[in-house]
Ligand binder design. Structure first.
Ligand code: SAM
Length: 326
């Protein structure tokens, strides 16, 4: 067998990279504003990220996603995308963003080699957007989605985290955006971890979300090209876009997990929801050679656990979502 395989025979080919722990929003469940930021010197440089990806690519990683924090806050992100797109064997570079700065950067990101973008958006109501995120920026996000679409960063996927009593009354409005426009909406079950405020918020199960959509028609399984992730995709009859469900709480998808995560300060995490980490930053800065880095990457793969246990109350404690990279 060639490639990277963990102890559960899962093939690992996908690396999510957090390029910053800073964000220009302060969402109620993620709340970067309430956590301290890492000193600049702790954050991996573009050259260090490139080195990790170069080594990982020789082991079987062929897809990377840039995230954060808000990745578009990192200066000249297009430069990093250009650096990564030159690495042999990396055939897919994507981005997760809150969309605020996409109007400004979509075109240059595309030209640098970015393939696709996922935009996080939890409400279509201006006042609610401000309540959830702390900023009055819905207009910018909507323009950013359109700019990404026009720049060819398709399919642009819209990720909505459904929060009980906060935005669950907008499931139908988001679903309608998949019929009236070419929106690819993904409903994500909220994971109660990270900050105390998050732990008080409520998850809406995928089953409940599906039930509330029933009135719009029968969801047909969508069999077109969908990407590398855990979402299950459907389409309403005649819709231009699709609807996806990501269910980390009620139907965990760990058995198909194909990813590792690199935090902005250079820790390789086998799992979002587990505190295990392998430090790459110090070895990188102390002149580790390729074989030594390979061994560390292999270690992270080897210690990857079979599944997460968030729904049994075992949550990661070391870091918040913005530090790990959502
Ligand atoms: N700033 C970028 C953005 O907004 O997409 C990337 C980072 S953000 C942490 C990535 C995604 O994680 C967002 O879609 C956010 O809604 C999601 N997220 C954060 N905390 C979460 C939680 N506790 N449960 C589910 N999704 C969460």
């Amino acid at each position: 067998m060639t490639g990277l395989f963990d102890s559960w025979q899962r093939q690992i080919n996908y690396l999510r990279i957090s390029v910053t722990d800073h964000c220009n929003l302060n969402c109620v469940y993620c709340s970067v504003g309430s956590v301290s930021h890492l000193p600049r010197s702790e954050i991996l440089s573009y050259e260090e990220i490139q080195r990790v990806v170069q080594v990982a690519a020789t082991m079987g990683i062929n897809k990377v996603r840039l995230t954060g924090g808000e990745p578009l806050l990192r200066s000249d992100l297009s430069k990093l995308i250009r650096m990564l797109s030159q690495i042999e064997d990396i055939d897919d570079i994507s981005l997760t963003s809150n969309g605020i700065l996409l109007s400004k950067y979509a075109l240059e990101l595309k030209e640098a080699g970015l393939k696709r973008v996922n935009v996080s958006l939890d409400t279509l109501k201006e006042d609610r957007f401000k309540r959830i995120t702390g900023r009055d920026k819905l207009g910018e996000v909507l323009s950013g989605i359109e700019a990404a679409r026009l720049a060819g960063l398709n399919p642009v996927k819209i990720n909505m985290v459904v929060l009980r009593g906060v935005n669950d009354d907008e499931i139908i409005d988001f679903t309608r955006m998949s019929t009236s426009q070419e929106w690819h909406v993904r409903f994500i079950e909220f994971m109660p971890f990270g900050i105390p405020k998050a732990e008080a918020l409520g998850t809406v199960s995928t089953q409940k979300i599906r039930e509330s959509i029933q009135c719009l028609g029968k969801l047909e399984p969508y069999t077109g090209k969908t990407g590398n992730g855990p979402a299950r995709y459907y389409r309403l009859p005649g819709a231009k876009g699709t609807i996806g469900f990501i269910s980390p709480m009620t139907e965990h998808f760990c058995d198909t997990c194909n990813r590792l995560r690199l935090t902005s300060d250079g820790q390789l995490r086998p799992c979002l929801l587990d505190d295990d980490e392998i430090d790459l930053k110090e070895p990188l800065r102390n002149g580790a050679n390729t074989d030594e880095l390979k061994e560390l990457i292999q270690q992270a793969v080897t210690i990857k656990r079979e599944r997460h246990h968030l729904n049994e109350g075992l949550a990661p404690e070391k870091r918040s979502m913005n530090q790990i990279g959502g």
